[in-house]
Design a binder for this molecule. Sequence first.
Ligand SMILES: [Zn+2]
Length: 460
Amino acid sequence: MSVEGIARALVNIYKGNVDIDHEVEEHLFQETSKIFNEAISEGYANAVENNTPLPNDTFRSSFKHSADVFSAFRVHRMQQDIAAQMIDEDGHVKPFQKFVKDVSPYIEHRNRAWLRTEYDTAILRAQNAAEWKMFEAEKDVYPNLEWINSTSPNPGADHMVFWGTVRPVDDPFWNGHKPGDRWNCKCELQQSDSDVTAAPLSDGKSDPARGLESNPAKAEELFSQKHPYYPQSCMSCPFAGNKLMALAMDLAGRKNCNRCGKVRKSVAETEKKSNRREYERLKKEPQYKDVQYDKKSGGVKATHNGHNEQTEKTKLGVSSAELEKHCQDILFKKGHRVIFVDEKVKDSKGRFLTQLDMLLDGKPCDIASVTTNRRHYGMVLVSKNKQIHRYNSREDITTTADTLCLYFHKASMYDEKRVLRSINYYLHFRKNDGKLIDHNIKTIHCVVNGNDEIFTFSVE
Ligand SMILES: [Zn+2]
């Protein structure tokens, strides 16, 4: 977590700018959810490296949401603990400096050891989720799964009782126990056509840890709602609001935080607040123009003065800069943060550095406007792939890009089949030496003029 984010959160909490009982401190939330979303990306990347396909968009969006819900409850707990440090033994509010000093060891502890374990486990859960999807898809060929020993040099006794167990993919055994259901577990699951073994009983010390009981692929969640950060009941939930509803949900046994509309609303409101703050910040920066905030959706847009404003007309009779702006507007009105960046950045030798158009929700991303009616747009992907590769190779880049926005100003030029054909062309495109190109683009958003929906495709 960044020192700046934590410092701003401490000021916010100390000044009482955030209702620590029913809201989520936005700086802590932004930092936390970013970390867990990075962990998920890393888990997927590990899976893909082992030839496991990326899970589909629907799954990825539920999984991401569950990470945001986990982050919201984590921050809620943290802000309560932080606020408790504001009061001295006599019940008086401490001076700000004393408060910061007293709360530092807690923050240090929370952010080092705990976060590390949670982060590493999040990577594993994402990777395991992708693998489980593949196990299910391939169970005709590999009907069974085998529990593989921990590869850790100091595996401990956890899970030893289950090592070597072979059970069918659909066997209920895997609902009760599986690799990754204890913190820092390094066991693995492997597809197998060996004979099934008996299902061992747990020895008590190999039971799943709280928060890791669920199968991340089946439950579509990063952590289960039994994790201690989550409330035990809707009645004790900081975001529940209406007591009657909360009690009824509890009595009916319907609590499901990772799917709950109330929690979803809190997360969305926190994100809106942090977008609003981003807007306030950009508005004060003289190098940005056209800085706007959309109250309804929470979207933010801004354009750096160094952003190219090419005026040459495209085949549609509109300049490419104008097309980019249209695309920006649609994303903005859908609640995204769309910051057009400085394209005149030079290196130490005075050469222009490869740049991408924008930061979309904080991630670098380029826009390609489709202006001609083709059977597919594969060559656009190939050339943008090169640009993204050059961008990611820049020494100063810490957040790499893997996303492209295709903008269809003329809605009739968009259709799903053409996009799929384009992806297919791109994936099979070969260089002059006959080798496939490296694929830097992993996600394509299609933004269509006049259409409310943004169509997202995974490139795989
Ligand atoms: Zn294990």
